[in-house]
Every structure is written in structure tokens, then in C-alpha cells.
Design a protein around this ligand. Structure first.
Ligand code: PLP
Length: 709
């Protein structure tokens, strides 16, 4: 940083002002010079507020602020943080250094129904949101001109508590957007939904260089029904969900217009946002010509990413409902209800086929991709009829997902790699080739780092278990007993994901006796941490959570299996850094990509996974393990049997013996070699800088260039 000025003490008011300034751009969340300032402010409140800068600031006592304002070292850290952010914002990044920087008017609007940016901003349900958050951060780091568009949900997704019987208690807290640093731009739009105009105000969350615009209809001007549009994420009946999607797509486009944000490329991240493309066509059509030509122009400049091969993951609505909800929009397009209907179905004129958001998105986007190579293949097969082509000529490509390294890497691990292999994470290039040197790290120091991270996780699990038991009203003895659960040195396996049924959270318990034998080996103990939320309406998913909760309380599993409630980005970060092995058990090929498995290798963790989603692209026989094969069994029961057996055999024959094969110093050299190989091979490719660069080069630039032709 700049030469340290001799700082006189400053006033509390000035300090507060600077801290608010630092909190006003989410840059703080992925840069240690940012978040660590707020942590120092009040470490207890920092934890209590789930790491919210503004909430921590509010709760910090005046006396403490007074003391900090007179502490030149602290004041300097605040100034340094602001200076580092200013330098970052002004930097010529990857995009500015490339040929695309010369494109005139190049700007991408990235639409998504959820954004997972930080644990203190509860606006995400799972992987889709996390991916969108990571996309924005990488776009910012790389300097790609992009704006995000979404909705601001005042109840967020939901908070998960488990009752004593393991059933899910769904809680909806009321969030205060100002405490998240959302700025009211005092611009509102009138979005046609059905026969009415719904008023939405526009809020902005600044993510580095990227603005994220979020719409909020919770305004006095609106009817109670319309105020519910931004009540919750994936909350409510299909009719409400449809109207939310009209708000996101149509309202989102109107918001960009109202703000004077001229975008050349539209990126629909998942079908939820497809009405944005329709609105764009209506807008182009308004200046004359036939609607079909407007659709053509929209197609050429629109990118659509599909995210799941699970049929239920593709929203389908009744045609009459869609025609009603879009009444105002289609009137302006001058198209009939049946023409609208055909945009949303595979077979034109087939009234038995419902209106599908994915089909609409595919009809309105020329560039379509899946999120892993395998998912691209599966999607080409899945949408063959829509394109009237055989599997190979269906124009759906793939860009494999990635994770934002600085968001997910633990500071201890980041420090380790910097010291050991000179890895500099702030170098903003899409190819972080420094990871290649991971195998030259010192095995003993590496193992010491792994041991520290596992230790911290074990203490985190105990703390959370104690809190959970307290909340459920369990006795003092049960609460105290949590402090003897788990073992700092035992092989630790993690499983944390949305509890969608295809992910098969309970698969590990397929043969509970065999698992119990594996876990309770006195010489070679194994322990497992679970976390995950099911959608409030997904009864089967909730039953999975309950089953694991119950099993974790059976005598033979107590102290070896834990279920952590309320899986969020913080719990996720603790797990992916502390676990030795990351377990992934989807039914192939339903996991389109998955990204959580990309996070442990940043900390030297290893994947044990079905060959689904991103894993077949990364797995090289050494950097983790595969479960099962690529052959599908004849039915689900046979598949479960086969995959579970494969997990037990791999654990018994490879994972556990290697973890416990120690040299005289207690270091498992074979394991360490594997783990370092995982760090040398996975983060290199499976990061969101590579992903955003790939979207830019292979999709955005082309969409920009063909938009007018
Ligand atoms: C990384 C992450 C995900 C994505 O997990 P997958 O199941 O691998 O898609 C979801 N939720 C949280 C909190 C995460 O950190």
C-alpha cells in the first residue's frame, strides 16, 4: 500500500462514514482487506450477524468506536482497505487488455432469479444462485462489462431449523435491505402483469465494478397481492411464481431502460428469466416492422444457459395462465394467444403441451449452453425434438461451471499457497496457472495446514450442534455432550447440498450396518458431516433430511455423524475447507454440473464422486475417486445398490487405508501426494474466471457482433 501517513485520530463520525463506505461495495466480501476490518470492529457481533458489516457496525458500542477512532493502526487499515478498492476499481483488467475492449457498446445484462453473494445476504437457494454470484464477481475481477438483474426477496429463501423429530421448521425472517448495503436508486418502473401495472422500485447492490439491480414490489402503491411478488424466493403457488417471472423478465428489462443502461447482449441464466427476451422483442418491435424480425434480432443477441436435466426443474405453466399474466405484453407485440403459446412449446399447435420456460428461452436465444460437457450432451438429446435434429446437430454447447476462488478459499489456505508456491490470487487472469506448482509444496507443512482446518471444522461442528440442541430445548447434559462429539484427527467426510432427491443424501446409509462398522473402527475412525436444505414443498427431500437427522442420533452413529442445520455460504466454506473428502452421490446424469466439489481442492481436499456433472472432466484417476461406473443400472434400486457398494469398497480399500498410512512423523505421504495433485489439477480449470472468460469469448462477443445483422 501507499506510504503510511502519520494518522491523527479521527472522529467517530468520520470513522463510521468510512466504514459505511467500505461496506457499500461487496468488494469487501472477497478481499481480506475489506472483511477483516469489520471482523476487528467486534468479532462477537461479526459472528452473531453472520458476517454483516453494517449490522456489526450498528451493534458496535460507541465506546469501542471511540477507541478504534483513536487507534492509528485500525484507522490505517480502514484507509488501506478503501485505497485497495479504489485501485481495484480503476485497474485495467483482463477484458480491457484484450481485443474485445474495442467493441462499441458492448455490455451484457445477466438475468437470474437468485444471487448467492454472501452468507449475510440470504437471497439464494442453492447452486444456481451461488453460480450467479460467482459469475458477477469474476466479471468484475476480469473487467467484463456486465450488469446483473434480479429480484429482492424480503423473506429470502427460508431459514431451516429442525424439530426434535427431524422434521423441518421453515422460518421466514423479514430482512432489512439497507442493512445489506442495497441502495434505493429512487427510480421505479410500472411492470404490466396481467391487466394491472405493478410498481417496482429499483435497488442496487454494487459487486465490485458490476452493479446488480434488484426489483422490489413491496410498496404501498401496490395491492397486497402484488406486494407478495417479491416476498420470497421459490415461495408460493405456480401462479405467483409465474407472475414473479414476469416481473423478473419484463420488469427487469424495463428497469434497465429506466436506468439508461444500454445492453447489447442478454444472458438468461436459467429459464426463469426467459420473459426478458420476450420483452426485448416487444421493445424492438415497438419501433416498427414485423414481430418475427424483432424475435430474430433478439435471438442473435441472446445467450441462454440451461441448468438441469431433471424434468421437474423446467417450469411449465398452463397456457391460459401465461396468456393472462402476459396480457399487457402480448398486446404490444401484436401477437395472438396461440402464437405466444407456440413460443413456449416444442410442438406447435399441440394444445396438450404446457408452456415451458426453457422452450421459450431456447426459441429466443441462438446461443444455448449446458453447464458441463456431459450436461451439454444430455441436453442435446433432451431437446432434439425442439430443434428437429439428431442429437449431434442440436445447437447446444457447454461451458463448465466454476467457482470464484477468492470467495471460497480459506485465508489460512490462501496464505499457505502464497508461502509455499508463490500463488497470487489477486492476479486477475482467467488461467490461474500458479496452481500447477502445488505438488512442490512441502508435505509436512501441507499436512499441518490440513490438520488446522480440520480441527477448526470439528470445533465448528461442536458449537453448532450445541446451539441446535439448545434451540430444540434438549437438556444441559445433551448440550454439554456435544463437546465430546467428533475427533480432530479422524478422517472427515462432508456432504452438503440442496436436498433434492436425485442427489441421494441418504445413499451412504444404504447398508447402515456396514457403514457403522466403517465409522467405528477404533484405529481408523471416520466421521461425516451433513448439511442441506430441501425446498419447503419437497416432501421427499424433507424426509431425507429427517432420515439423516434420525440416523445421526442412533447410538451407533452418535459422535460420528452430524447434521448441521441451515446450510449457507458460511457453513459451506467451513465444510469445504475442513473436510478431507467431499462426497457427491447424484443419480447420473442428473447433476448438470455441481460446483461444491470444486471448493475442497483449494484446501487440499479430495472428491469421492459419481462420474456426473463436472467430475468426469476433472477426474484423472489420482486427484480423487470415482463412485460406480458410467453404465446405468436397470432401475433406481439397482443403481442405489451398485453405487452404495462402490462407496463402501472405495472407502475400505483405498480412502481409509491411505489416510491412515502414516510415516514416522505421522504424515500420510501417499494421501498428501494425492491431495496436492488435486490442488494442482482442479482449481486450474474449475474456477469462475475461466468460466466468465469462456462465456465472453465464445458467447457474448459473438452475440454482440451479430445483434444487428
Ligand atoms: C457451492 C455451493 C452450492 C453448490 O453446490 P452443488 O450441490 O455442488 O451444486 C450450493 N450451496 C452452497 C451454500 C454452496 O456453497
Amino acid at each position: 500500500m501507499a506510504r503510511a501517513p502519520r494518522l491523527p485520530s479521527i472522529t467517530v463520525d468520520d470513522l463510521t462514514l468510512h466504514l459505511r463506505d467500505l461496506a457499500s461495495n461487496l468488494w469487501w466480501s472477497w478481499n481480506e482487506e475489506g472483511w477483516s476490518v469489520f471482523q476487528t470492529l467486534d468479532p462477537v457481533e461479526w459472528r452473531a450477524t453472520n458476517h454483516s458489516p453494517l449490522a456489526t457496525l450498528e451493534r458496535t458500542s460507541h465506546a469501542r468506536l471511540e477507541a478504534l477512532a483513536h487507534d492509528p493502526i485500525f484507522v490505517k487499515r480502514v484507509y488501506d482497505g478503501l485505497a485497495a478498492r479504489m485501485a481495484y476499481l480503476g485497474e485495467r483488467a483482463w477484458f480491457q487488455r484484450g481485443a474485445a475492449a474495442r467493441l462499441r457498446g458492448f455490455k451484457v445484462a445477466y438475468f437470474c432469479s437468485e444471487f448467492g453473494l454472501h452468507e449475510s445476504i440470504q437471497q439464494y437457494a442453492g447452486g444456481l444462485g451461488i453460480l450467479a454470484g460467482d459469475h458477477l464477481k469474476s466479471a468484475s475481477d476480469l473487467g467484463v462489462p456486465l450488469v446483473g438483474v434480479g429480484l429482492a426477496y424480503r423473506h429470502g429463501y427460508y431459514i431451516q431449523n429442525l424439530h426434535r423429530d427431524g422434521s423441518t421448521q421453515v422460518l421466514y425472517p423479514e430482512y432489512d435491505f439497507h442493512r445489506w448495503g442495497l441502495e434505493d436508486l429512487h427510480v421505479s418502473i410500472a411492470c404490466p402483469i396481467g391487466a394491472r401495472l405493478v410498481t417496482a422500485r429499483i435497488l442496487r447492490l454494487q459487486v465490485g465494478r458490476v452493479p446488480l439491480y434488484l426489483l422490489d414490489t413491496n410498496l404501498k402503491a401496490n395491492s397486497p397481492d402484488d406486494r407478495r411478488l417479491t416476498e420470497g424466493l421459490y415461495k408460493g403457488e405456480p401462479a405467483l411464481r409465474l407472475r414473479q417471472q414476469v416481473l423478473l423478465g419484463v420488469g427487469g428489462m424495463l428497469a434497465l431502460k429506466a436506468l439508461g443502461e444500454r445492453v447489447s447482449v442478454l444472458h438468461l441464466n436459467e429459464g426463469h428469466a426467459a420473459f426478458a427476451a420476450l420483452q426485448r422483442a416487444v421493445d424492438i418491435h415497438a419501433s416498427g416492422g414485423v414481430f418475427g424480425d424483432a424475435v430474430g434480432a433478439v435471438r442473435r443477441s441472446t445467450v441462454f444457459t440451461t441448468h438441469t436435466p431433471v424434468p421437474a426443474g423446467h417450469d411449465r405453466y398452463d397456457h391460459a395462465m401465461v396468456a393472462d399474466a402476459l396480457e399487457g405484453v402480448i398486446a404490444r407485440a401484436g401477437i395472438s394467444a396461440s402464437e405466444l403459446a407456440d413460443l413456449g412449446r416444442v410442438r406447435a399447435g399441440d394444445s396438450t403441451e404446457s408452456f415451458c420456460m426453457t422452450v421459450l428461452a431456447m426459441r429466443l436465444a441462438q446461443r444455448v449452453n449446458g453447464v458441463s460437457s456431459l450436461h451439454g450432451e444430455v441436453s442435446r438429446e433432451m431437446w432434439r425434438e425442439l430443434y428437429g435434429a439428431d442429437g449431434h446437430s442440436v445447437p447446444i454447447g457447454s461451458i463448465t461451471n466454476g467457482v470464484h476462488t477468492k470467495t471460497w478459499i480459506d485465508p489460512d489456505a490462501a496464505h499457505f499457497w502464497r508461502e509455499e508456491i508463490g500463488l497470487r490470487l489477486s492476479k486477475q487472469a482467467p488461467t490461474a496457472s500458479g496452481w500447477r506448482r502445488a505438488e512442490s509444496a512441502d508435505p509436512r507443512r501441507f499436512w499441518a495446514m490440513r490438520t488446522r482446518l480440520r480441527n477448526r471444522l470439528v470445533h465448528f461442528v461442536r458449537d453448532r450442534m450445541a446451539l441446535q440442541r439448545k434451540r430444540r430445548g434438549e437438556g444441559q447434559a445433551a448440550v454439554a455432550a456435544t463437546y465430546s462429539l467428533f475427533d480432530e484427527n479422524a478422517l472427515t467426510i462432508g456432504f452438503a447440498r440442496r436436498f433434492a432427491t436425485y442427489k441421494r443424501a441418504p445413499l451412504l446409509f444404504h447398508d447402515a450396518d456396514r457403514l457403522a462398522r466403517i465409522l467405528s473402527d477404533q484405529r481408523r475412525p471416520v466421521q461425516i458431516v451433513f448439511a442441506g436444505k430441501a425446498h419447503p414443498r419437497d416432501e421427499a427431500g424433507q424426509a431425507f433430511a429427517r432420515r439423516i437427522f434420525e440416523l445421526s442420533r442412533e447410538g451407533r452413529f452418535v459422535g460420528r455423524v452430524a447434521f448441521l442445520e441451515e446450510y449457507d455460504m458460511h457453513v459451506g466454506r467451513m465444510l469445504v475447507s475442513g473436510c478431507d473428502v467431499w462426497l457427491n452421490t447424484p443419480t447420473r446424469p442428473y447433476e448438470a454440473s455441481g460446483t461444491s466439489g470444486m471448493k475442497p481442492p483449494l484446501h487440499g481436499g479430495l472428491n469421492l464422486s459419481i462420474l456426473d456433472g463436472w467430475w468426469p472432466e476433472a477426474y484423472d484417476g489420482i486427484n480423487g475417486w470415482q463412485i460406480g461406473t458410467t453404465e446405468a443400472a436397470e432401475d433406481q434400486a439397482a443403481q442405489d445398490e451398485c453405487d452404495a457398494t462402490s462407496i463402501y469398497e472405495t472407502l475400505e480399500q483405498s480412502v481409509i487405508p491411505q489416510f491412515y498410512d502414516r510415516d514416522a512423523d505421522g504424515t500420510p505421504l501417499g494421501w498428501v501426494a494425492r491431495a496436492l495433485h488435486s490442488a494442482a489439477t482442479v482449481p486450474l480449470a474449475f474456477n469462475s474466471h475461466r468460466m466468465v472468460a469462456q462465456y465472453t469469448r465464445t458467447m457474448y462477443v459473438g452475440a454482440h457482433e451479430t445483434r444487428g445483422s
